[in-house]
Design a protein around this ligand. Structure first.
Ligand SMILES: Nc1ncnc2c1ncn2[C@@H]1O[C@H](COP(=O)(O)OP(=O)(O)O)[C@@H](O)[C@H]1O
Ligand SMILES: [Mg+2]
Length: 408
């Protein structure tokens, strides 16, 4: 399993684990809430029944009544008669409801208890909304009618209902912060490692390359071989080595960008590249020759080289690779499209291909595109992405750079 797949697997198992935690905590709170809701309903019922009891007796010290009132005081309730008129309330704002003591059933025409009608209605609406089924209490024999006890969730229950959401959001924010700080520090660590490695490589290659150059000069002198084919080829290869070392050293420092015609630079590189790959693949560079952009040649060549190599790898047998240069005047942009007729990239992998370690090749390292992305974004202030791809048909990679042509 390569690192990209491993990361993907980790991501999915973490997501699954998080889903389990969230569901578990929501279900458990739901369970608690249901139990407490039942308990509160019982309390409201016990309270109303003890009120009924109290009304029938004259004994104000009735212990059952006192206990019921004490125990149930956290559950706001309203008792109404069969006509919907309030008989008494509990747990509501005492300034707006004046009726703590049970009253004997009223005769017709008697004024109802004193209370703030709007407040009462609003509270009743909340209760009906929360618990549409009131508790029905039949009145003692001989008295007609019944009571309906409406009740509301206690503040405790309300808090418990919202608790998991508050808790989970706090945890989510915490994890997000932790994740972003960890991943940014990991990224800067990675940067340090690969920049350091590049610098060190360039440094170590430097000495043997310059002495190779000197040896070649000596050989030319000694054997009078200025135009010898072998020596010339050797010189070419050492030059090539020099370019590689130069690229590595450029990675380590902020490279200078200089204005070039994008077309010319790409054309030069493609000319150099095409003779080194199978002649079953045809190359073409086309588009606007005037467009200028700030480039660092060793690094930009490397970018184009990576894209061309991938295109070559994607083509099995014959095919063509086209590099098209175009621009957008209004946005002052240069577009470089690398178009191949290769095997294509599935849509779901358009972003993944740029991750280090992602490869579909047997001998691939999956580093080409991640380096390319860095060179485009960090050293050329540009963008690179898969513009389009179709399986079996081909792929278009697009680089966007800032145009210097449209500057003036
Ligand atoms: N032009 C292309 N056409 C199809 N697939 C591509 C193309 N360019 C890149 N890819 C896919 O992206 C993967 C990663 O590319 P890269 O980072 O260069 O690593 P490597 O070339 O070592 O595999 C490749 O293995 C391939 O699956
Ligand atoms: Mg590659």
């Amino acid at each position: 399993m390569n690192p990209a797949q491993q990361k993907q697997r980790w991501k999915y198992s973490l997501i699954a684990f998080a889903v389990v935690i969230v569901c578990g905590s929501l279900f458990y709170t739901k369970y608690l809430v249901r139990n407490i809701t039942n308990a509160e309903r019982t309390r409201a019922q016990v309270w109303a029944m003890s009120m009924k009891q109290q009304m029938a007796s004259d004994d104000n010290d009735n212990i059952a009544y006192a206990m019921a009132v004490r125990d149930s005081s956290i559950v706001p309730s309203i008792v109404v008669d069969e006509k919907g008129e309030m008989i008494f309330t509990k747990g509501l704002d005492p300034n707006k409801t004046l009726n703590p003591i049970p009253q004997p059933p009223k005769k017709k025409g008697d004024p109802v208890a004193v209370y703030d009608l709007n407040y009462f209605k609003a509270q009743l609406a909340i209760m009906k909304d929360q618990h549409p089924e009131p508790i029905k209490i039949l009145l003692p024999l001989g008295t007609k009618g019944y009571w309906l006890v409406y009740y509301q969730d206690s503040p405790l229950l309300t808090q418990l209902k919202y608790f998991p959401y508050v808790q989970l959001s706090v945890i989510a924010i915490f994890l997000l912060m932790a994740y972003s700080s960890f991943s940014s520090s990991r990224r800067s660590e990675q940067d340090q490692v690969w920049v350091g490695l590049a610098k060190e490589t360039a440094h170590q290659l430097g000495t043997p390359i310059s002495s190779l150059m000197a040896w070649i000069e000596l050989i030319k002198d000694k054997f009078n071989a200025d135009n010898d084919q072998l020596v010339l080829e050797m010189e070419n290869d050492v030059r090539r080595l020099e370019i590689v070392a130069d690229r590595f050293s450029k990675i380590g420092s902020k490279p200078q960008l200089e204005p070039y015609s994008v077309y010319d630079v790409v054309k030069d590189f493609v000319e150099y590249f095409r003779i080194r790959v199978s002649n079953k693949i045809s190359f073409e560079v086309k588009g606007n020759k005037e467009l200028m952009a700030g480039l660092n040649i060793p690094l930009f060549d490397w970018v184009i080289e990576n894209l061309l190599k991938n295109a070559v790898n994607a083509i099995e047998g014959t095919g063509s690779i086209t590099v098209e240069i175009s621009g957008n005047k209004t946005n002052k942009q240069v577009f470089i499209d690398v178009i191949d007729t290769g095997k294509g990239i599935p849509r779901s992998k358009f972003a993944t291909v740029f991750q280090p370690g992602y490869t579909t090749r047997k001998r691939g390292w999956g580093l080409g595109l991640s380096l390319t992305k860095r060179m485009v974004e960090n050293y050329h202030n540009g963008q690179i992405f898969v513009r389009d791809s179709e399986l079996g048909k081909g792929t278009i990679f697009r680089i966007i750079l800032k145009s210097l042509t449209h500057d003036s």
